[in-house]
Write a protein that binds this ligand. Sequence first.
Ligand code: CA
Length: 235
Amino acid sequence: MSAKTEFRLWLAAITKEQTMAKRAMKVGGVLVGMLVLAGSLQTQANMIANPGFEASTATPPASWTWDPGSNPATVAVSTVDPHSGANSALITLTPNSAGFAILKSQSFAVVSGTEYTESAWVKYESLDYGVVKVEYFDSIGGRVAVSYVSDFGQASGGASSSAWTQASKTYTVPVGATTAVMSGLANYPSGTATSGSFGLDDFSFAAVPEPTMMAMLLFGAVGLLRRRRFCAALG
Ligand SMILES: [Ca+2]
């Protein structure tokens, strides 16, 4: 082989390497873009304001409404053992004959027929009954439906859970609903306890990504990966 031919072959190999590298970078970039888009679909749409009680330590928590009902219950932003970040909300209960204390999110817009994931993290000590729920309202403020995400405490088989537990479910917004409010509600201490508590953190109300969008992203990613492998095999 002449030096000239050798040089030509070497040049061709280098050019091919560069092309492959550029192509891989392009494919990699598109993949990263898709992953970012998929991630944003998952995280962008939490409709709850101040969902993790991180805005401040003011009482009641910023962007939330507190109604102790007929209970001598209190709410505070606690810095002790949050589920995430620095803060959580803590409802403290003392014995009382009846009534519910409730911490409500700001009202937010919903689209009827759309499926959402409703979720929050809770922990509870000496609790008779606590619940995480979402109430749905029509355009003139009439309540259309209530979705009970999960309930806790003695009435549900366990009065205490010092570990954080997630309440989560998917729910399709009923016809006529235009807004919703998510809340944590608790009543009195369990049994003969003189006080009880219901801790809340990381509320989330987010649309479930549409299957078609997720499928498109998945097919795109698989296609690009196959092309990348094919190119690599050629090289
Ligand atoms: Ca938090």
